[in-house]
Design a protein around this ligand. Structure first.
Ligand SMILES: Nc1nc2c(ncn2[C@@H]2O[C@H](COP(=O)(O)OP(=O)(O)O)[C@@H](O)[C@H]2O)c(=O)[nH]1
Ligand SMILES: [Mg+2]
Length: 278
């Protein structure tokens, strides 16, 4: 790790839909962490015209703190399109590290520093519920089973050693998002998370999982739906078909991917011929 890390601007992208109860405390919590850690930190709220006035609340903070930027979109289209728009804006504004984070406190602001620290020697860091030390709080048996089963299925079909492929607390080095053709990423929900991580691995980037505890929201409502789960289920085999396997790349020397179960999974796939620039 360089003596002073992060040595580049950190942009936390918060997609919001009807988060009026969470958005202001969440932004304030992040700003407080930026100040405490001495980061060049920024918050980008990407709101899809929430009827509950989420964007207005975010704009109020943005008016008095230039570290906060609000991107307002016309329609609710799911987190995929919201993140794509947010990534473009953050890259345009000079982000060095781009963090995906939910605005409902399921991803704790205190866990942000660990995610960013891990990006000192990884290109994509995944906050993972399913490595040792990680977990989920306040979820019932059904939602646990859907999430676990979905991650297992995606890991098997894609043949990658990643334990938590659907999580939405992650930190990208900007190069990763510059390499991935965002226009080709069509998925809207959990599929979006799977697809970005898979594409990063295909491009040869170092992907690392660190444990986090995910806590179900206390305020507001989840937008998770059967449609989002089904979209991801159909997407996984089609990704494998369209983009090919990671394992077939040369020097994927980390053994049978699904057998790797260290506390922190280090999934390094050296660049193939079409690896990342630089
Ligand atoms: N901009 C935008 N944000 C969304 C949309 N759907 C969900 N979100 C946000 O994405 C984050 C995670 O969504 P949530 O409904 O809590 O999903 P869950 O944690 O999987 O139940 C929250 O900050 C939501 O407000 C959407 O269609 N557009
Ligand atoms: Mg949530």
């Amino acid at each position: 790790m360089s003596p002073r890390w992060p040595d580049r601007p950190v942009w936390v992208v918060l997609p919001t839909y009807n988060e009026a109860l969470n958005v202001s405390p969440m932004i304030e919590a992040l700003l407080e962490r930026f100040t405490r850690h001495g980061w060049d930190g920024h918050v980008l709220v990407v709101d899809d015209s929430s009827p509950d006035g989420t964007a207005r609340l975010a704009r109020e903070i943005s008016a008095r703190d230039e570290r906060v930027v609000v991107l307002e979109r016309e329609r609710k289209e799911g987190i995929g399109p919201a993140y794509r728009a947010g990534f473009r804006r953050a890259l345009d504004r000079g982000a060095g590290l781009i963090v995906e984070m939910d605005c409902d406190f399921s991803h704790h602001p205190d866990a942000l520093a660990g995610l960013v620290a891990a990006a000192a020697d990884a290109d994509l860091v995944l906050g993972s519920r399913y490595v040792d030390g990680g977990g989920v709080e306040r979820w019932g048996a059904v939602r646990r089973a859907i999430s676990r089963g979905g991650c297992w299925y995606a890991r098997r079909v894609l043949g990658v050693p990643v334990r938590d492929l659907t999580g939405g607390f992650k930190c990208f080095r900007r190069e990763v998002l510059e390499t991935i053709p965002l226009d080709d990423v069509r998925s809207a929900g959990y599929g979006f998370q799977i697809e970005l991580t898979y594409r990063a691995m295909l491009a040869g980037y170092r992907v690392r999982e660190i444990p986090i505890t995910f806590t179900e929201r206390a305020r507001g409502e989840s937008k998770m739906s059967r449609r989002i789960v089904l979209e991801a289920a159909v997407l996984v085999p089609s990704l494998r078909r369209r983009l090919g396997p990671v394992a077939a790349r040369p020097a994927a020397a980390h053994g049978a991917p699904s057998e790797i179960e260290p506390e922190v999974t280090e999934a390094r796939v050296p660049p193939g011929p079409a690896g990342p620039p630089g």
